[in-house]
Design a protein around this ligand. Structure first.
Ligand SMILES: *Cc1c(COP(=O)(O)O)cnc(C)c1O
Length: 458
């Protein structure tokens, strides 16, 4: 018999989680104003809100923490991180930051000015937030296929090169300080960008005279998909693929809470020394001195070790197969999903799941609320709440897709948990015809409203 697939790790420490009753969840939801970010984590049985900062560190990461050097300046932990970044990505200079959006804040303080244009492949919400906060415009250049939930494309995060070239051609180049390539593309479902596309975007940037930065939160998952799907990479290691990917970037911003498998941290990598020096001023103002930037020595150690582990094939294979396992289970029940499955979670197509809810009543959020009510599983809306209002007209922006994301934390849940999640969603699917009312907003913040919005049943 062929031996089945099994995880590439065993468990050394466990954390209890608690089930609840439907009556309890009903009450907690009301108290949370139907915003799942407002729930206490103890009210959640399986937490698929995010894969950000929720991973399980390895024994080697915990050991590395004990060796953290907490010196204010020039700590060995900083130098280990510098070496690791150089080895994996090829960048000589880096700045530590407390998380990914802090890296964006520091970098964009140097690069992005009022009236600028920043092309990208569906910018992540914090990235877009930092661009729009500076009164600049984020222009989406993702391929059209990316917006068709069931259309197969191996690299749905790819740039439409024609769209990108049009933006570069039709604007003064000094208004386009940087192109942001998000790998994998979070907002469009954890979809990868191919090596060829990375290469092509970089040559366009060079041709027109601008820079490319990779928004790198899930760079290792992107490399895994290149290995599995792109010709010529099957026999390369993940680390070799990562090294090649970053030849097509002038720098990177990193949320280490994803593919560095730590609970907090981030950094910016630079090819250009001068840009590093300019950014250092902001890092010192916003984050901390250049050799710690908002991180403790122990955290930098765990981060460096995490980067080495996330770029191992066995780790990635376990992770991405678990996501596909959940996806296949749901697909078998006929639940409408975004396909192919992404690298960090499964995305449910809420418009097809709940055809009776009008878009003004927040389709995806309604579904996320129903899933929680059914099971205590917490997912997250990637739809109209997240898309926010147009900064000029203040009208709701209705995105092409209304998605509910089941983000899978790294090395945290077993496939039995995945079975529970699948059954819960199937139960909601069976009673979908009875779900005819959505939600309405009571109160919202002027920017990134999804975190704090207060809702009620419509
Ligand atoms: C999470 C994330 C960020 C922001 O990082 P934080 O660590 O949450 O501040 C930026 N870009 C992408 C693609 C992300 O996934």
């Amino acid at each position: 018999m062929e031996l089945p697939f099994a995880e590439s790790y065993k468990i050394k420490m466990v954390e209890a989680i608690r089930k609840s009753t439907r009556e309890e969840r009903e009450k907690w939801l009301k108290e949370a104003y139907y915003n799942l970010f407002n729930l206490r984590s103890e009210y959640v049985y399986i937490d698929l809100l995010t894969d950000s900062g929720t991973g399980a560190m390895s024994d080697k990461q915990w050991s590395a923490m004990m060796l953290g050097d907490e010196s204010y300046a020039g700590a060995s932990s900083y130098l280990i991180m510098k070496d690791t970044i150089k080895k994996l990505f090829g960048f000589n200079d880096f700045l530590p930051t407390h998380q990914g959006r802090a890296a964006e804040n520091v970098l964009f303080s140097v690069l992005v000015k009022e009236g600028d244009i920043v092309p990208g492949n569906t910018h992540f919400d914090t990235t877009k937030g930092h661009i729009e906060f500076r009164k600049a415009t984020a222009v989406d250049c993702t391929i059209e296929d990316s917006f068709h939930p069931t259309k197969y494309h191996p690299f749905k995060g790819n740039f439409d090169l024609e769209k990108l070239e049009n933006v570069l051609k039709s604007n003064p180049i000094e208004k386009i300080p940087v192109i942001i390539v998000t790998i994998t593309c979070n907002s469009s479902g954890g979809q990868p960008v191919s090596m060829q596309n990375l290469k092509d975007v970089y040559s366009l940037a060079q041709k027109y005279g601008t820079k490319v930065f990779f928004d790198s939160a899930r760079f290792a998952e992107n490399a895994y998909f290149i290995k599995m799907r792109e010709d010529g990479y099957q026999n390369k290691t993940i680390k070799e693929i990562v090294k090649e990917m970053y030849q097509y970037a002038d720098g990177m911003t990193m949320s280490s809470k994803k593919d560095a498998i730590v609970n907090m941290g981030g950094f910016i990598g630079f090819r250009d020394r001068k840009l590093y020096e300019e950014a250092s001023v902001y890092n010192i103002m916003f984050e901390g001195f250049v050799t710690y930037g908002g991180m403790s020595g122990r955290d930098m150690n765990a981060l460096s070790q995490g980067l080495m582990e996330s770029t191992e094939f066995e780790y990635l294979d376990t992770r991405i197969r678990q996501i596909a396992y959940l996806g296949e289970r749901l697909k078998k029940f006929g639940i409408p999903l975004l396909e192919p499955f992404g690298g960090h979670g499964i995305f449910i197509d809420a418009k097809r799941f709940l055809p009776n809810i009008p878009k003004e009543e927040f389709i995806a959020q309604t579904l996320a609320v129903e899933i929680y009510l059914e099971s205590g599983v917490r997912a997250v809306e990637i739809g109209t709440l997240l898309a926010d209002r147009d900064p000029v007209t203040r009208e709701n922006r209705y995105p092409a897709m209304e998605l509910v994301r089941l983000a899978i934390p790294r090395r945290v849940y077993t496939n039995s948990h995945m079975d529970y999640v699948a059954a819960a969603i199937e139960n909601v699917f069976e009673r979908r015809d009875k779900i005819t009312k959505g939600l309405k907003i009571l109160q919202e913040a002027p920017i990134m409203r999804h975190f704090t919005v207060e809702l009620d049943r419509a």
